[in-house]
Design a protein around this ligand. Structure first.
Ligand SMILES: C[S@@+](CC[C@H](N)C(=O)[O-])C[C@H]1O[C@@H](n2cnc3c(N)ncnc32)[C@H](O)[C@@H]1O
Length: 357
């Protein structure tokens, strides 16, 4: 089957997440289309996008071929079982075929443009129509693809889980979206033992537990650990969490060797910065970070399974970022994905996301 993915605000990162997820589960992904904010993959099984952090809608390709073939399909199928509805269209082909179809069928179908306008980190604006049904219509080299986007990311569910947990740390905590992305990039599967060696109040651990993974989290800050433990007991009470978790106050250098299946973590990016660092300050911060993280990565390599992956964030300040080839040289790890930049306009410190094996 061919699955369509409408990607979130960082399409490159979302795509890497989907491919990692598909590879981990042997779904044999083959890229058909990747443009702007959408991706079409051939897969042997459909992916449930609630497992992903970076995909907002998804569906299956229902028709492909020449423009006429796809138009024929659209004209003969019902597409939506109602005489009055709103619809949105994603993809690079305009919606004329659909408009004509609904008009000739005398159905009250109102085309919605993006009521939510989403800005990608590259600055382009994507339209996210709020409508009863969403279609996908796109073309590449004279080949047309059409589908209905019936899967929608459960923003409300994820947001309420995030907002209702008893301990929150706005400035330091990672979003559920990025937590899920790191877990998937690390190749973690249900039942795996996942380590977060800088767990803070447990953002990544929560998302891994919800997915049926076992987790081990450490942080050297006693308050963070207290917060993480409160969050975990709340999670266990309110969600069906069957897998065990261990959370300890400990330095990341002292994590016991449990031959972890995956490591997903957001590193301390340094002090919270209140002004834009100059080039010199940026360089110095990165060099300090490299001195801190190199021995740790070498250590993490020794406590994980050989094929296990480490998905990690590195600070990126102005143009200064961690030298990944140096990390490879010093630690013996190999970069499998990235660095992929993740940041918001106006932020002083962004992140590079890198996956090592
Ligand atoms: C960016 S925060 C992680 C936030 C976390 N993802 C969350 O959801 O709260 C980085 C964490 O690393 C911890 N940390 C810094 N150095 C450490 C070390 N050497 N060993 C263990 N934890 C450390 C800090 O206390 C901080 O909580």
């Amino acid at each position: 089957m061919k699955q369509i993915f409408i990607l979130g605000r960082n399409p490159e990162l979302s795509k890497a997440e989907i491919l990692a997820y598909a590879d981990t589960r042997n779904l044999e992904p083959k890229e058909i289309l990747f443009e702007e904010n959408y991706l079409v993959l051939e897969l042997n099984t459909q992916i449930d996008i609630q497992d992903l952090g970076g995909t907002i809608k998804s569906g299956e390709v229902l028709s492909e071929g020449s423009e006429e073939e796809v138009a024929d399909y659209i004209n003969k199928e019902d597409l939506f079982d109602s005489d009055k509805f709103t619809y949105g269209v994603f993809g690079n082909v305009d919606e004329e075929i659909l408009k004509e179809k609904f008009k000739s069928e005398k159905r009250k179908a109102v085309l919605k443009h993006g009521r939510q306008r989403m800005k990608s980190q590259g600055g382009e604006k994507f339209e996210i129509p709020k409508s009863d049904v969403c279609f996908f219509l796109s073309a590449l080299d004279d080949k047309f693809y059409f589908g209905t986007l019936s899967q929608e990311y459960d923003y409300e569910g994820v947001k309420s889980r995030d907002m209702e947990k008893p301990v929150r740390r706005e400035e330091l905590a990672i979003s559920p979206r990025l937590s899920k992305i790191l877990i998937n990039l690390a190749g973690a599967k249900e039942d795996d033992l996942v380590l977060d060696p800088f767990c803070g109040i447990g953002g990544i651990l929560i998302e891994a537990l919800v997915r049926g993974m076992k987790v081990y989290g450490v942080d050297r800050d006693a308050n963070a650990i207290k917060g993480a433990l409160s969050n975990m007991s709340w999670l266990k009470k309110n969600f069906k969490i069957m897998k065990p978790y261990i959370i300890e106050r400990r330095d990341a250098r002292k994590v016991p060797d449990k031959q972890f299946d995956a490591i997903a973590t957001e590193t301390p990016l340094g002090k919270i910065v209140r002004h834009r660092p100059n080039r010199q300050e940026a360089r110095e911060t990165i060099e300090n970070f490299e001195r801190f993280i190199m021995p740790l990565l070498k250590y993490f390599k020794s406590i994980k399974k050989e094929s296990a992956r480490i998905a990690i964030t590195f600070p990126k300040i102005r143009e200064a970022g961690v030298d990944c080839s140096l990390v490879e040289e010093e630690t013996g790890l190999k970069v499998v994905t990235g660095p992929i930049f993740e940041g918001r306009p106006g932020q002083f410190i962004g992140r590079d996301i890198v996956v090592f094996e």
